[in-house]
Design a binder for this molecule. Structure first.
Ligand code: NAP
Length: 245
């Protein structure tokens, strides 16, 4: 996606570590027309190019309403940076270590955020991508969603939710090719990034392998910039290498 000129962008999950870093990364560029920062926790920005939009992945109507608010302007880049791995509070959730830890409610919750929400994003946001020049939709997946790369096991619901997301991306890419030949839809693995999502699992990550969100967003922006129509449907890591299905 090597178009020059002013770009319009939507970032879903703008309140998260990686989503926020993407907003900041693109806001630092003068080539940006508008950034739609979508989140279930909206935020006031001190930059008139950034427009905050309400979007809760577990409220399908809010996804449709958010897309309708953007409809007037076609987009060059869409990034979905939402996701769940664990939760604290009244309704805690931990990735499963064993089959014994599997329960229906947890599976449903993780799939709702990591798979069903993004499926609805594909439905309502893909039509917003530009058709007259190349445009890209990147959805944050994870290397642990790779079936062939699964050597450690565990994390049943998270792995399954990301593997299913990768299939949705591939299937949407096949369909979209028929109507928007320039659109590229890809999954992204950000590396291990310092965030609320990864915090409890950082102990064994070597220091030089733990990226800041800003670092990872900059790497992934480079990937979004370099992919071409033939890459649509694939998943790429932060370094531009394809993650096997
Ligand atoms: N960090 C890593 O090492 C790592 C590694 C591999 C893949 N990833 C993937 O990267 C993505 C971003 O992760 P992160 O590290 O930036 O995590 P994060 O800081 O926890 O951000 C997660 C984002 O998801 C949003 N979200 C959760 N449930 C939502 C819902 N129902 N509706 C709307 N938004 C919702 C959160 O919104 P609120 O702020 O409102 O809660 C937040 O914006 C995820 O898909 C994750 O699986 C991360």
């Amino acid at each position: 996606m090597k178009n020059s000129g002013i770009k319009n962008i939507a970032i879903i999950g703008a309140s998260g570590a990686i989503g926020r870093a993407f907003v900041e990364h693109y806001a630092a560029s003068e080539e940006i027309g508008c950034i739609y920062a979508c989140s279930r926790s909206p935020h006031e920005y001190n930059d008139s190019r950034i427009i905050s939009i309400d979007l809760d992945l577990e409220q399908p109507d809010s996804i449709e309403t958010a897309a309708a608010q953007i409809k007037a302007r076609s987009l060059d880049i869409i990034i979905a940076a939402t996701g769940i791995l664990h939760a604290d509070g009244d309704n805690p959730l931990q990735p499963e270590k064993s089959l014994r830890d599997i329960n229906a409610e947890q599976l449903q919750r993780v799939l709702a955020v990591n798979t069903i929400g993004p499926a609805l994003l594909l439905r309502h946001f893909l039509p917003l991508l530009k058709k007259d020049s190349s445009a890209v939709f990147g959805l944050l997946s994870a290397r642990v969603g790779s079936i062939s790369d699964n050597r450690l096991g565990g994390w049943y619901s998270y792995r399954a939710s990301k593997a299913a997301l990768n299939m949705l991306i591939k299937t949407a890419a096949i369909e979209t090719r028929r109507t928007n030949k320039q659109a590229v839809i890809i999954g992204l693995h950000p590396g291990t990034v310092d965030s609320q999502l990864s915090k409890p699992f950082q102990a064994r990550v070597p220091e030089n392998k733990l990226f800041s969100a800003a670092q990872s967003a900059a790497y992934m922006a480079g990937v979004l910039d370099s992919v071409e129509a033939g890459d649509s449907g694939k998943c790429f890591a932060w370094d531009g290498k394809e993650v096997p299905a």
